[in-house]
Design a protein around this ligand. Structure first.
Ligand SMILES: Nc1ncnc2c1ncn2[C@@H]1O[C@H](COP(=O)(O)OP(=O)(O)OP(=O)(O)O)[C@@H](O)[C@H]1O
Length: 293
C-alpha cells in the first residue's frame, strides 16, 4: 500500500488561534522527516492532522490518495506516539503490546520485546511505576515496533538519557533500512538528530518556512569570514542570518546557494567559507527579526 501524504494549503484554527497557515507539503515512503519549530510553532497540531485526531479548517489532506479522517483503511497505518502521562496507568507494557498486536497490522511483538529488553523496560510492571525515561523509551518502542507506514514520533525522546537516545537513533536508521516507511521525528534536539533526517520541515508561527531535502538546506547555509570590509562587500545583497565581529575580522552567516564563480571569488579575496549546522540555521531562520548588518 503506497501511503504517501499530500497536504495542500492546510490551515487549522483553534478558537481565535490560527495554529497552521496555508501549509503544503508531500511526504514519501522511505524517508525520515525532521519536523522542527519553536515552541508553539504548530508541530503537534500538524501531526494531529496526519493522525486524524483533527480535521483541517481549510485545505486538503490525502494519505494514499484518500481523506484519512475517520478512514478505516488509513488510520491503522498511521502510528502517532507522543509524551503520554502514565501517572494513572496500572497496565504494564505487555498489555499495550497485546493491544497493538490486535489493532496495528504491522506490529512486530518479537521486535517490541527485543527493544524493551535493550531499553531495559520491565514488561510486567505497571506503566505508572516506570521512570519517565523508561516511559519515553516505551513510547519509542511502540512507535518503532508498530512499523506503521506513517510512523510519527512527537518529542518522545526528551526524557531519555543520552545512551538511550543513541540506541533509539540507531534503531531509526536500522528500521528505515529494513522496513522503510515515512518517519516523522518532531524535535527540539536538532543538533544531535540532524544526521537522521532526509528532509526537513521547519514551522514558524504556523507557516511552513522550510520544506527541503536536508543536504540542500544545509548547503545553502554558510559562514563567510575574513576582513570586515571584504566580507561586507562579498555578502552585499545576500540573505544574512547573523554576524559577529572581533577586531577587523567579521563572520557573517548567509543563507544563499553560492555559485562556483562566487566560491572562486571568495577564495581570490582570501575569505573563508565554512558550513553551518541545521541547528544554527534553525535558530537564525526562526528568530524574531533577521539581522541585516
Ligand atoms: N487545544 C488547543 N486549543 C487552543 N489553542 C491551541 C490548542 N492546541 C494548541 N494550541 C495553540 O496552537 C499553537 C500551536 O501549538 P502546537 O502545540 O501545535 O505547537 P508545537 O509546535 O507543538 O509547540 P511545542 O514545541 O511547545 O510543543 C499555539 O499557539 C498553541 O497555543
Amino acid at each position: 500500500m503506497n501511503l504517501n501524504v499530500v497536504a495542500k494549503n492546510i490551515s487549522l484554527s483553534y478558537k481565535g488561534v490560527e495554529a497552521l497557515k496555508d501549509v503544503s507539503f508531500t511526504l514519501e515512503q522511505g524517508k525520515t522527516y525532521g519536523l522542527i519549530g519553536r515552541n508553539g510553532a504548530g508541530k503537534t497540531t500538524l501531526l494531529s492532522l496526519l493522525a486524524s485526531y483533527r480535521e483541517p479548517t481549510s485545505g486538503s489532506l490525502f494519505i494514499g490518495g484518500e481523506d484519512p479522517f475517520e478512514n478505516r483503511n488509513i488510520m491503522p497505518h498511521v502510528g502517532f506516539v507522543y509524551e503520554t502521562n502514565y501517572s494513572d496507568e496500572y497496565d504494564p507494557p505487555s498489555s499495550y503490546f497485546e493491544f497493538a498486536e490486535r489493532y496495528r497490522p504491522n506490529f512486530d511483538r518479537g521486535y517490541a520485546e527485543e527493544l524493551a529488553s535493550r531499553f531495559k523496560i520491565p514488561l510486567n510492571k505497571p506503566l505508572k511505576e516506570l521512570s519517565s525515561g523508561k516511559q519515553s523509551a516505551f513510547n519509542a518502542t511502540l512507535g518503532l515496533a508498530s512499523r506503521s507506514s506513517i510512523t510519527i514520533l512527537d518529542e518522545v525522546y526528551l526524557a531519555m538519557d543520552a545512551p538511550t537516545r543513541d540506541l533509539f537513533y540507531k534503531e531509526v536508521i536500522e528500521e528505515q533500512a529494513q522496513h522503510p516507511r515515512i518517519m516523522i521525528l518532531s524535535t527540539h534536539l536538532v543538533s544531535e538528530m540532524e544526521y537522521l533526517f532526509d528532509h526537513v520541515l521547519i514551522l514558524d508561527n504556523g507557516k511552513l518556512l522550510v520544506n527541503e531535502p536536508f543536504d540542500e538546506l544545509v548547503s545553502r547555509g554558510a559562514a563567510v569570514t575574513g576582513s570586515s570590509k571584504v566580507v561586507d562587500e562579498f555578502v552585499n545583497g545576500m540573505t544574512k542570518l547573523n554576524s559577529q565581529q572581533l577586531g577587523d575580522t567579521k563572520s557573517v552567516m548567509i543563507y544563499e546557494k553560492l555559485s562556483e564563480k562566487q566560491w572562486a571569488e571568495a577564495e581570490r579575496q582570501g575569505l573563508q567559507i565554512g558550513p553551518i549546522s541545521l541547528q544554527e540555521l534553525f535558530i537564525h531562520l526562526t528568530k524574531e527579526e533577521l539581522k541585516d548588518d
